[in-house]
Structures are given as structure tokens and as C-alpha cells.
Write a protein that binds this ligand. Sequence first.
Ligand code: NAD
Length: 408
Amino acid sequence: MSQTSFDIQQAAVIGAGTMGRGIVMCLANAGVSVQWVDTNPQMLEQALATVAETYAHNVRQGRIDQAEADARLARVSAAADYAEIRNADLVIEAVYENLELKQKIFRELDGLLKPQALLASNTSALDIDAIAAATKRPEQVLGLHFFSPAHIMKLLEIVRGAQTSQAALDAALILGKRLGKVSVVSGNCHGFIGNRMLHPYVLEARKILLEGAYPQKVDAALQAFGFAMGPFRMYDVVGIDLEWRARELAGKGQDAPEIQVDNRLCEMGRFGQKSGNGYYHYEPGSRQAEHDPEVDALVLRVSEGLGFQRREIGPEEILERCLLALVNEGAKILQEGIAESAHDIDLVYLNGYGFPADKGGPMAWADQQGLADIHQRLLALETRQGDQWKPARLIGELAAQGKGFADR
Ligand code: NAD
């Protein structure tokens, strides 16, 4: 992997929102020149100012000197349109999470860029093959899934499409190293490794709210286990509105019981930390999540309105359901070959999702419990709560052989 046919000297980033800003800094910090395009010139102007301010702040903190700040900033330039970036060796797209929009951009770029250029999307979940299909170079298309804030978070999921070439993957791995990232290769499926596992985990947390608990209690249980943040605090940081808007944009239903609390919060303009209120309250300028009785009242109203008979749910049940949801999905990801190893899954959860380091990651944690035990616990949940808890085939197989995920 020391050599690749792709030499990345000049990069370009499409989109100057939250992710584009972090990705641009990440590249510039590692010595890569980067051109920047956004259809909204004001957004691009603001983003350039934010990058300059971040570097000035780093100088004030003594983390870099002025010469380094100047050098980093000099590597970043605005481009008025795609024609200006036609010489880029790598383009990373970070526009809204919408497949048609991304396909349109990839089609256009494919017609303009030199044949050896790589095209990457920072999509959180969309089908890389469907994006690649908009181009005549699907072997040079891949996902580069950065985590927010991209210049700080260590994890980089490199998403391999059905046609992505080994040379393109190698180039991405070399770039990941240059950017100081922990890179994990994922196959192409909805949400890749990290967000695909997050889905059943958060779904459990949301169901637990409807059945009887409150956000603070769910978060407290997971934080006591060692997570950097419980799921509801995490949603406040990410922005509760992102999924809500994505559902609107994709014309997806907003009717599932589990999303009704989120929907009401968004309708109230409670998008999370950025709006001062979400699952928690934030004083102006503070990131301290404060308990908000209004949210508990909302949870109660929604849950009773949906006909739930609320009951006391203790931290053991919260942990059991949230952790086993993660492990079972992780096992499916492993048996399908989406992740190459259980260790890769653990790296994703340790570096991108705040899983407690001393537990080694969800798959290592499951191995410590013993897969025969995990299998029994999943079967018990299946009996009590239904099919969604059916243990992944791999868990049963490994348990029967007395093996763990790490032995695979
Ligand atoms: P954002 O809304 O903050 O920014 C999107 C930017 O894209 C805006 O500045 C917009 O003007 C620009 N844009 C829209 N259409 C464009 C076009 N045709 N050409 C050029 N620019 C265009 O979005 P974000 O949160 O930065 O997310 C970007 C992508 O990254 C999405 O695919 C998202 O799923 C993914 N992602 C987001 C996060 C996160 O935590 N926000 C994390 C990982 C991945």
C-alpha cells in the first residue's frame, strides 16, 4: 500500500456547510491544497471566515504559530464553479443528503475532471453505487465518510462501492493516514458500519422513552456505562432536525410512533444545542445540557397519546436493549461482509461514536460477555418483544463453537 496510481496534490470540496468546513481544514492542515465550491456564495464567504477564525484561535491557544496558520489558510481557495476545479486529483462532495442532488453533481464533475481523478462523497448513508452510476468512472468513486467536526474526529469510514478499484481504495487509505485518521473500510449498505448500527440503537432508546423512561434517564444509564454521551444528548449535538428534514425531503413517512417526540420537538423549533433547546435546555453560549421538565411533559403526552401504558424502566433494561441492539446489528454487518473484522467495527464505535474505550468496542464487549450468553439474552428479548431481536445467524454459529467475534 506504499504506492498508488493516484497522486493527490490538489483536492476540491463541494459544499461549505458543517462538514465541508471540517473537511477543508483537515486537508489544509495535512498540507493538501484545496479548492472550495458552494452554490451559495454567502455560505462560502462565511465558511472561509470560519476557517480563518479557527486558525487564528489555534494561534491564540498556542497550538500552531502564525506562519503555520498562514500556510494552512493559503492552501484554501474559493472556486466560482466546477470548471475551475477541473484539475483536481480528488473531489469530496459534502452537499445536502439527497441522492438526486449528489448524482447530478457527480455526473457534471465526471464530464469535467481529468480521467484519473477520484470522486468521493461524504454521504452519511446513501448508496455509493447509485452515486457512482451517475459517472463513467465508477471504479474511481467511493465514500469518504468524515465525522463531525471533521478536522477533529479521528474516524474516517472509507466506503467501497461494488466497482471501486483496489487502487482507489489504496489511495483513500494513504490519504486517511496523511490526514491522521483512523480509517476503516466499509462495504456499501445504508448507513455503512457506524450509522447502520446506530439506527437500531437509537430506535431502542426512542422506544424506551415511549414505554416509560425520560431522556435524561436513558442518557444517564448509557453514560454510566461509559459512553461519552447518551443518545439524546448526542442528537442535540448533531441536530434533531437533520433526520426530520431528510425524511421530509425524501417524502418518507413521519408517522412511526418512535419519531413522534423528535417530530414535536422539531415543530417547536427545538433542534438541539444549536437552537438553545432540544431534548435538553442550553443557556446562551453554553453547551451544558440541562434537564428540561417541558420535554418530560412532552414525552409523557406523546406516549400516552399513542396509548402506551407507561412503566418504570431501570438502567439495566436500558443498557441491555441499547447494547444488544448494537451488537446484533454489528454481527449482521460482519456476516454480510460489510465490515472486514469485528475489530474494524470496534474502531468505528470507539473513534466515531464515543463507545467507552475500556470496554474495547461493542463487539469486544460482547466477546467478554461470551457469545453463548449474548445469544440467550437476545432469544429472551425475542420472546418478550418480538422478531426484531432474532439473533444474527453468526452469533448462534460462533456461540455453538465456543468462539467469539474476534476468532472469526
Ligand atoms: P450543510 O447543510 O451544513 O451544508 C451543505 C452545503 O452544501 C450548503 O452550504 C449548501 O449551500 C451546499 N450546496 C447545496 N447544493 C450544492 C451544490 N449543488 N453545489 C455546491 N454546494 C451545494 O450539510 P452538512 O451537515 O455539512 O452535510 C453535508 C453532507 O455530509 C451530507 O451528505 C451529510 O449527510 C453528510 N454528513 C453530515 C454529518 C453531520 O454531522 N452534519 C456527518 C457526516 C456526514
